[in-house]
Structures are given as C-alpha cells and as structure tokens.
Write a protein that binds this ligand. Structure first.
Ligand SMILES: [Fe+2]
Ligand SMILES: [Fe+2]
Length: 346
C-alpha cells in the first residue's frame, strides 16, 4: 500500500478523536499545526499553497452529492483512508465560475438533504450544463442515493476508484460527487492553491503593434488626458501563448502598456472581442487572466473587486471574472506592461 504510515497515522487520529464534531452523519477533524506538519512531511506540495486540510468520516450517503469545493484557483486532493468494497469519486464536465468560497451545490430538485442545508443560488455560474438526462447506467451503479433529477444536465468526466493511500486529484471548481458506499468511508481532503504563475523571459518592448486607447468610464476626474493606454491584439510572448493553448479551449490575447501618470477608472469588462470572435451570445463562462509581464515597480497598481494587487512578479496571474469591477493606475516612473488571456478554460 502507498502512504502506509500516513494512512495509519490519520486513521489513528480519527479513532482517538475525543472532540467528535459530528454533523449530519459526518465526523470532521481540523488538524493541529503539528498534525498538519506530519501530513506535509509525507507529501510533495509547498505548505504555503495549502488552504484546507481536513479529516472526514461519514455514514451519510448524501454527504458528497454533486458540488464544487471552491471557485477556480485550487486543486482538491482526496486520500482514501477507510472504505468497504468499491467506492468512487466521480467528476463531471462542469465547472463553478462563481465567487462563493464554499463552492457550489448542484441541486436541480431544490431538495434540502438536512434541515437548514444551504443551497447555491448562482446557477448561472456553472458551465457545461446540458439539457440531457443523466446516464442511467452510471446513475444506477454509482449514484442512486439521491433522486436522478439532481444529475440532470451533467455529463461524467472521470471515475476515480478509491484505493487505500492513493491520492485522487482534480480542480476544486470542477463538479464532483461520491458514489454509493457501504456503512462508512473515511478520507483526508486538501485544497491547495494552483500555481498561478507563468515562467516568462525578460520582456522586451520591441516589435509590438501598440494602438492608443483611453480608459472608461470617464467623468469629472477621468478624461482623455489621464486615461491613456496602449493595447495590441492577438499578440503575446510565446510562453503566454503556450499557457493559453494548454489551459484554454478558446481564447483571445491582448497586451496592455500603461504610461506613467495614467489611470483606468473602475469598470467591468465586456469581453467584446472574445464574444465577437467566437460569436457568443453571453459572457458568463468567460474568464480573463491578467498576466504581469514585468516585476512590480513602485507606483504600479491594480485593484480587483476592491482588493489591491502590488509587489507582483513577472508571470503572476490575477483572475478576472465577468461582472467584477477593477481599476489600475501607473503612479510610477516606468511603463506598466500586462497581457490578458480572455476565454473559456478547458
Ligand atoms: Fe468535494
Ligand atoms: Fe478591464
């Protein structure tokens, strides 16, 4: 068995837990700092990237009905610790594009599985939902613990068969569900931040087709004299193109150069170029990756949804979603360069 010592250690933690935080048939343990360290020592991820680490055991079949764990930007890792016969984790070809840090619960029936259960209301933030009935064979074999209508529109992506001590991994914003199980199952969950960094060569401002533009909306404070920027379309350093090809199913590229003393006022993006290129009616599944082309320089500023970004490194990515306000400023003495990938993630 892989990770034999870690499995034994974690099983012992559950067996000897005296706090017994049990809700709706699920027993959860948040690990202490020392206990977390033992897990870190056994796995190969930078602990600064880990956001959630949690031991769980459940006797409740509905505990893992279709849901996403977090919005985009994290990976989920599951380590099976105890189960009887065959247990699976199933992923669907749908992703949660919203902003709720608790993720999303897919529940077309609207049924609550326990009193006072929270349900999601941002259904428009889910991608890849069809009008299809869910696959009957898969439903009967793995998922018949809840009404079939709760899978309506979903399509299976992968089936992960649980093996003791073998990690299962998928993007945390991907919808997934647990299979039927006997008696109880136990596992460790980790959410870790995905690497939002592209390795870039030193950026050289030479040979790009910059066009002059102005930032909007303009008002008494912001006008053509202090909202200047330069943009070029369908161009970017090769490593950004490679990254876009790997991560996006379809996309457009732009680069921006913001001169010293210029602002882009608070605004929402319309993703006009991308929508036009792919003849899309709505922009709801679109995401924009803003990539900093150089290390941060004093006076350079970006703000997304009220959150300031400074001190970035070349290749860092800030993620922008439809409807989110953002603004930028160059209060420094050097030009500020960024690239944008706009499109649909794979
Ligand atoms: Fe999950
Ligand atoms: Fe924008």
């Amino acid at each position: 068995m892989k990770n034999k010592n870690l499995v034994k250690y974690l099983n012992n933690l559950i067996d000897t837990d005296t706090h017994k935080d049990i809700m709706n048939g699920t027993h959860r343990i948040d690990l202490s700092i020392d206990q977390k360290q033992t897990v870190y020592d056994n796995i190969n991820i930078n602990k600064d990237q880990i956001d959630v680490i949690r031991l769980e055991e459940t006797t409740n079949q509905t505990a893992n009905s279709p849901h996403s764990d977090t919005p985009n930007g994290y990976h989920t890792m599951i380590l099976p610790l105890y189960f009887i016969d065959d247990v699976y984790t199933l992923t669907f070809k749908s992703f949660y594009n919203g902003v709720n840090s608790k993720g999303y619960k897919y529940r077309p029936s609207g049924d609550q599985f326990y009193d006072g259960e929270w349900l999601s209301d941002d259904v428009s933030a889910i991608t890849g939902i069809g009008t299809n009935e869910f696959d009957t064979v898969i439903y009967k074999k793995f998922l018949s613990y809840i009404d079939k209508k709760n899978f309506k529109g979903l399509t299976i992506d992968k089936l992960f068969k649980w093996k003791l001590g073998e990690w299962i991994m998928f993007p945390s914003d991907q919808l997934h569900a647990g299979s039927i199980f006997k008696t109880k199952k136990r596992w460790l969950t980790i959410h870790y931040m995905a690497e939002q960094q592209i390795k870039l060569k030193k950026f050289v401002d030479d040979g790009w087709n910059w066009e002059p533009h102005h930032g909007y909306p303009q008002d008494e404070f912001f006008n053509d004299s202090n909202t200047k920027f330069h943009e070029c379309f369908d161009q970017a350093p090769q490593s950004i193109i490679d990254f876009a090809e790997e991560k996006f199913s379809k996309y457009t590229l732009t680069m921006m150069r913001q001169p010293q003393g210029q602002f882009i006022p608070n605004h929402k993006d319309k993703y006009y170029l991308f929508q036009k290129k792919y003849k899309l009616k709505s922009n709801k599944d679109i995401v924009r990756y803003c990539i900093f082309l150089e290390d941060w320089k004093p006076g350079h500023y970006l703000e997304i949804d009220g959150k300031p970004f400074v001190e970035w490194s070349a290749g860092d990515i800030a993620v922008l979603r439809p409807g989110i306000y953002h603004r930028s400023a160059n209060a420094g003495t050097e030009l500020k360069y960024t690239a944008q990938i706009t499109g649909s993630l794979k």
